[in-house]
Design a protein around this ligand. Structure first.
Ligand code: ADP
Length: 406
C-alpha cells in the first residue's frame, strides 16, 4: 500500500505527504523529504505532528481531522500563517493543498506542500530582475533622450549653417548689386570732373608766359579739386564695400585731436569757394582720443566737404568741439542751402540726395558710410537743418573706444 502511494507521490514535483486516518505518515516523496530534511523512508509511520511546529500542532491537527471527513480539496497557508518544521528544528512557511481520498476502504489525506521560502526567494529574484529591468529601461531612456538631444542640436547646427550660407549668398548678391550700381554711378560722376581736369590741363599748357601765373594756378587748383573729389568717391566706395562685406576693420589707437582737425581743414581748404571761411577751435592742444584716426578723418572730411559744397560763396563754416560724458562732440555748422524738412528723414539712406542738392555733384553715400562707421565705433551722428538757412551736423565719438562692433 505504502509503496503504491510512494510511487504515485514521486510523480509530483512539489512535496507530497500522505497521512492515514490516525494522522500518521504513510508516504512521502523526495521533494517532501528534502524540504523537511529527512532521508527517504525516515518519515514513514511517523506522526504528522513531527512536521508541524509545537506552537501550531493543536490547530493543525483539528484542521486535518475535520478535513479528512470531508471530500473537498482545501488549501492551507494561503493568506495566513502555516508552518512546517524541519528535522533540524528549523521552522519555515508552507502552503499545503489537502485532498482526501479512500483506498481499499481506508481514508487518507494527501498533502501537496510548497516551501513558500523558495517561492519567496523566487519572487524576490523576479522582483530584483524587474528592478534591474526598470533600471535598464531608465538607463536606455536617458541614453535615448541624450541621442534625441544630440540629434536636435545637430539639426539646429545644420539649420544655422544653412542660414549662414543663405545670408552670405544674400550679402554676396547685395555686394554685386552695389558694384554694378557703383560702376554706373562712377561712369556718370567721373565724366564731368575728368573733362574739367582735361580742359584745365590743356589750358595750362597754353599759358606759357610768367604774367599768367595766376591763371595757371587757378587751373592747377581746379585740377587738384577734381582729383580730390574723385579720390573721395573712390575712398567712400572702398569703405562701403568693406562695411557691406563685414570686413570693416578698425585700427584703434591714441592720436591728437588737434592734428586730425587741422589735417581735415587743410584738405578741404583747397575746395573752399570764394570768400568761404572755416572757423575752428583753437584750444585743442594736447587733447588725445582713442579711436580710428583714418575713419574719423574720412567722416569729418565728408561732413566738411558737404558744408562747403552745399553753401554759397562768402559764407562761414563753424567747427566746434566739446566733451560730454566721456564723449567728444564735434559740430560742423554751415550757412548753406539746408535740407528740405520732408526729406530730412532720408538723409542717411544710401544714395539718397535731396532735391535741392542735385545741381551739385554727389553720390549720396558719404553720410551713410559716416553713420555706419560711427555706430561701429560706438558713436552717433545727427543734424539740424533749415532750408536756405543752413545745416549743422554733429558727431559724438567715445573718447576711448575699447569695443568695436563687428
Ligand atoms: P552727397 O553729398 O555725395 O550727395 P552725402 O551722403 O554726403 O552725399 O549727403 C547726402 C545728401 O544729404 C546730399 O545729397 C544732400 O542732399 C544732403 N546734405 C548733406 N550735407 C548737407 C549740407 N551740409 N547742407 C545741405 N544738404 C546736405
Amino acid at each position: 500500500m505504502g509503496n503504491v502511494l510512494k510511487i504515485l507521490s514521486e510523480a509530483f514535483s512539489e512535496g507530497i505527504i500522505v497521512v492515514n486516518e490516525d494522522q500518521h505518515i504513510v508516504a512521502s516523496n523526495r521533494s517532501a523529504n528534502s524540504m523537511f530534511g529527512y532521508r527517504s523512508t525516515e518519515l514513514i509511520d511517523q506522526p504528522l505532528s513531527i512536521l508541524i511546529p509545537h506552537k501550531y500542532q493543536n490547530s493543525h491537527k483539528n484542521h486535518v481531522n475535520s478535513f479528512s471527513n470531508k471530500s473537498d480539496h482545501q488549501q492551507l497557508g494561503r493568506g495566513r500563517d502555516f508552518y512546517g518544521v524541519k528535522k533540524n528544528g528549523g521552522v519555515f512557511p508552507v502552503e499545503a493543498g489537502l485532498n482526501p481520498f479512500e483506498m481499499f476502504g481506508n481514508k487518507y489525506v494527501i498533502a501537496q506542500i510548497v516551501d513558500i521560502n523558495i517561492r519567496k526567494t523566487q519572487e524576490k529574484q523576479i522582483q530584483d530582475l524587474n528592478l534591474k529591468l526598470e533600471d535598464k529601461v531608465a538607463e536606455r531612456t536617458i541614453e535615448l533622450n541624450k541621442t534625441v538631444l544630440e540629434l536636435k542640436s545637430e539639426i539646429h547646427k545644420r539649420k544655422q549653417a544653412e542660414k549662414q550660407i543663405k545670408e552670405s549668398l544674400k550679402r554676396e548678391r547685395e555686394l554685386n548689386e552695389l558694384k554694378t550700381k557703383f560702376l554706373s554711378l562712377v561712369s556718370h560722376e567721373f565724366k564731368t570732373p575728368l573733362s574739367v581736369i582735361l580742359t584745365s590741363a590743356s589750358l595750362i599748357g597754353k599759358y606759357k608766359t610768367v604774367d599768367v601765373q595766376a591763371k595757371r594756378e587757378k587751373h592747377i587748383n581746379t585740377i587738384i579739386n577734381k582729383v580730390k573729389y574723385l579720390n573721395t568717391i573712390l575712398i567712400d566706395f572702398l569703405s562701403i564695400e568693406k562695411l557691406e562685406s563685414k570686413k570693416a576693420f578698425y585700427n584703434i589707437k591714441k592720436f591728437s585731436l588737434d592734428k586730425l582737425i587741422t589735417e581735415v581743414i587743410y584738405d578741404t581748404n583747397m575746395i573752399l569757394k570764394d570768400g568761404q571761411k572755416i572757423n575752428h577751435p583753437l584750444d585743442l592742444d594736447g587733447v588725445t582720443i582713442n579711436s580710428d584716426e583714418r575713419i574719423l578723418e574720412l567722416i569729418l572730411f565728408n561732413i566738411l566737404n558737404n558744408a562747403i559744397k552745399y553753401s554759397p560763396k562768402n559764407t562761414t563754416i563753424d567747427i566746434s568741439t566739446s566733451f560730454k560724458n566721456d564723449k567728444l562732440i564735434i559740430t560742423i555748422k554751415d550757412q548753406g542751402i539746408g535740407i528740405p524738412k520732408e526729406e530730412q528723414k532720408f538723409i542717411f539712406n544710401r544714395y539718397f540726395r535731396a532735391a535741392n542738392a542735385l545741381l551739385d555733384q554727389g553720390t549720396g553715400i558719404g553720410l551713410n558710410i559716416a553713420k555706419n562707421h560711427l555706430e561701429n565705433l560706438g558713436g552717433t551722428i545727427y543734424f539740424e537743418s533749415q532750408e536756405s538757412i543752413g545745416s549743422s551736423f554733429t558727431v559724438e565719438i567715445p573718447l576711448t573706444t575699447n569695443f568695436v562692433k563687428s
